[in-house]
Design a protein around this ligand. Structure first.
Ligand code: UDX
Length: 461
């Protein structure tokens, strides 16, 4: 199959690379020429400055200029194309709706090239990135208005989680394909021939609208599940005496119907998808008069979760942040990534600055550089109070309190570093329950406050 993947961000680049592994002729197309020339080198460092996924640059190195080609020139590749995957950004508007301006402009350009084709073979345009329900239909109308011949539209959402995108794309749990016509389903079956009759992978063919809805329902369900544990499980552990949250979690998730994923209480879920998708689904459902209370609550619980440990430190441990130095360990939205999009640490840092802290000493194994872009003094002068360090130990030095915001494994061994580096009275706020031997710390006079447990050894009045 001759495939164009339009848009070479995280979704597009991973998809293009994995399709090229299956012997399709894949053209990864982007209007950003700098990106295209970086990818075309095949050099991992060049590629990883845009998309850093384990295994990705290896595939690109293997298939580059054999099955995988990068280009910014759409006209030169359009002839003979069977499938065009649209992996275009649809950022959120302030009201939660998706901004389709960029998407529409890119499709208009594509439609003009498609209308000029000499080869009139059937081409299927496929929405791969998350787009509002009804976008495939909107896409069809855009192409009709440009008089494109012999085309079909489809929705084929991706469900990849960062850090494991390549292995998941190679072996997905499901492939969802939404089309209107049998001939389009057939074309996509050829693209995904390795998955169609797979014993474990569910290959689901449905309407375009259902495929689009599957993505939103899946992501909002996952966030709601996390919010359930944060808003109910963690609170039970914090407010009712003699509850062990780990045992509670293990006991509940022993039931095959209840997932362990999502049951790890935290200071909120971040990332580029969950918040954006739930707000978009709320917007879409309100427009058709659906009561969205449940979704609104999930979203609100998650947002509050990002700051509530700071509230607890003040109300339950009588800690005063004003004029104190706080170490923030972990900045990325989850471990194994440098991605700062919607990371809980952003809310944590903004709230701490709002409480008048003197200094913030930050450390993340991968995300210091990304974080420094988010916390640029151009955005807010208070960000000049943040200093970045190359280790947890250095960040801890001279601090009065510590906030753990990301679940990096290296933080599990933090208690000895804490004892060596800072002396009590000292406030430890653990947003990820990373420190297993907190009893020892509490015994030695450190004040320990974790999500899901009552505060240990509160500061004296
Ligand atoms: C998510 C979905 O998993 C994926 O299917 C979808 O396509 C895109 O969004 P991703 O954003 O990469 O993927 O992150 P994920 O691993 O799902 O974690 C999201 C957030 O939830 C992180 O901040 C993570 O730390 C947090 N989380 C996850 C918890 O707080 N507790 C958990 O038990 C699991």
């Amino acid at each position: 199959m001759k495939i164009i993947v339009a848009g070479t961000g995280y979704v597009g680049l991973v998809h293009a690379a994995v399709c090229s592994e299956y012997g399709h002729e894949v053209y990864a197309y982007d209007i950003d020429k700098t990106k295209i020339s970086a990818y075309s080198t095949g050099d991992p460092e060049e590629i990883e400055q845009y998309v850093n996924e384990p295994g990705l640059s290896n595939i690109i190195k293997e298939t580059l200029n054999k099955y995988l080609f990068f280009t910014s020139d759409l006209e030169s590749i359009i002839e003979g194309t069977d499938v065009i995957f649209l992996c275009l950004p649809t950022p959120p508007n302030l009201d939660g709706s998706s901004n389709l301006t960029y998407y529409d402009a890119a499709v208009q350009d594509m439609a003009k090239s498609l209308a000029k084709r000499k080869d009139k073979r059937r081409v299927v345009l496929v929405d791969k990135s998350t787009v509002p329900i009804g976008t495939a239909r909107h896409l069809e109308n855009l192409l009709l208005s440009q008089k494109v011949d012999n085309f079909g539209v489809a929705s084929n959402p991706e469900f990849l989680a960062e850090g494991t995108a390549v292995s998941q794309a190679r072996k997905p749990d499901r492939v969802v394909v939404g089309c209107d016509r049998v001939e389009d389903f057939k074309i996509l079956r050829r693209v995904y021939s390795q998955f169609v009759n797979h014993v474990r992978i569910k290959y689901i063919e449905t309407t375009p609208e259902t495929a689009e809805a599957i993505k939103y329902v899946a992501n909002t369900m996952l966030l709601t599940y996390i919010s359930f544990w944060n808003g109910v499980g963690a609170r039970i552990g914090e407010k009712i005496e003699n509850i062990n949250i780990e045992d509670l979690r293990r006991g509940v998730t022993a039931d095959d119907r209840i997932s362990t994923w999502g049951s790890y209480v935290s200071n909120g879920a971040g990332g580029s998808c969950f918040g954006k998708d739930i707000r978009s689904l709320i917007y879409q459902l309100r427009r058709v008069d659906v009561d969205t209370k449940l979704l609104e609550s999930s979203y609100e619980v998650n947002e509050y979760q990002k700051i509530y440990l700071i509230d607890r430190a003040i109300s339950e441990a009588q800690f005063r942040f004003s004029d104190r130095t706080v170490a923030v360990l972990g900045l990325a939205f989850k471990k194994q990534t440098n991605d700062m999009r919607d990371a809980s640490s952003i809310k944590v840092i903004e709230t701490l600055l709002g409480k008048g802290v003197k200094k913030l000493r930050a450390y993340d194994p991968l995300a210091n550089e990304e974080a420094s872009k988010v916390f640029s003094v151009k955005n807010n002068i208070l960000f000049e109070k943040i200093e970045y360090f190359d280790s947890a130990k250095e960040a801890l030095e001279g601090s009065d309190a510590l906030f753990i915001s990301t679940d990096w494994e290296e933080f599990r061994g933090l208690s000895s570093t804490i004892m060596e580096t800072v002396k009590p009275p000292y406030m430890i706020i653990d947003g990820r329950r990373m420190i297993p031997d907190y009893d020892d710390l509490a015994e030695k006079g450190y004040h320990y406050l974790a999500v899901g447990s009552p505060v240990l050894s509160p500061l004296p009045e």
